[in-house]
Write a protein that binds this ligand. Structure first.
Ligand code: FMN
Length: 201
């Protein structure tokens, strides 16, 4: 499927067949997803795939009643952001150092800068996490679409409830649920025309 087709034929999928998603497809989807850009390439996110009925129930029971349909997805993927936004800084910087893109002094300056961002207020950090998980979420959903797998972004759930049920790290926040499965039904929704959503100045 071309990128054009994947984007042009987008619809969220909320009704699924019983067909299980193949593990190798899931691996390819995450290999594609990891290419998504993040600020300073810090990648402070991970996905948790709830596959067993027991694991899926944790998401279902954290969702608002109108979202109980997620129980019928083959898997429910939880996108988690880390308030410790420099959680991967050592890896990021060691790659840059190895590639000769920066020297030790520059690495130290970057490390300090990441810390200054990390120590800003809650509102700033939540904005950071939202910004830095939405592009990976989009890449993930389009990668699913590429393999014929349906998905839907779902924000209607209790973050504290799900954090507790999944035993997340103190600094981790569940940002989005993405139920996935082979589509049983797809329903296209109205969109504005392209010409309505931009202006050239
Ligand atoms: C940030 C975000 C949160 C959403 N939360 C929910 C949700 O809690 N429950 C739900 O059924 N759909 C949810 N959706 C899906 C939207 O309702 C859906 O994308 C929109 O109606 C357009 O339909 P389409 O994606 O099928 O074109 C959410 C979408 C986004 C982008």
């Amino acid at each position: 499927m071309s990128i054009e087709d994947a984007i042009d034929n987008w619809s969220s999928v909320k009704k699924f067949t019983d067909r299980e998603i193949e593990e190798e497809k899931l691996e390819k989807i995450f290999d594609l997803t990891t290419n998504a850009p993040t600020a300073f390439n810090l990648q402070p996110y991970r996905f948790i795939v709830l596959d067993s009925e027991e694991a899926k129930e944790k998401a279902v029971n954290s969702a608002i009643p109108i979202n109980r349909w997620i129980q019928y997805a083959d898997k429910i993927v939880v996108l988690v952001g880390d308030e410790e936004i420099d959680v991967n800084a050592d890896q990021v910087l060691s790659h840059k150092l190895e590639e000769g893109k920066i020297d030790e002094e520059k690495a130290e300056n970057l490390r300090e800068m990441y810390k200054r961002y990390k120590n800003r207020d809650d509102e700033f950090i939540m904005g950071w996490l939202t910004r830095n998980t939405m592009i990976p979420a989009t890449s993930f959903m389009l990668a699913c679409k590429n393999f014929g797998i349906g998905s839907c972004p779902v924000r209607g759930f209790s973050q504290p409830k799900l954090s507790e049920k999944l035993d997340l790290k103190e600094t981790e926040r569940p940002i989005l649920l993405i139920p996935i499965g082979y589509p049983r039904e797809e329903d296209r929704n109205w969109r504005r025309d392209g010409e309505e959503i931009f202006e050239i100045r």
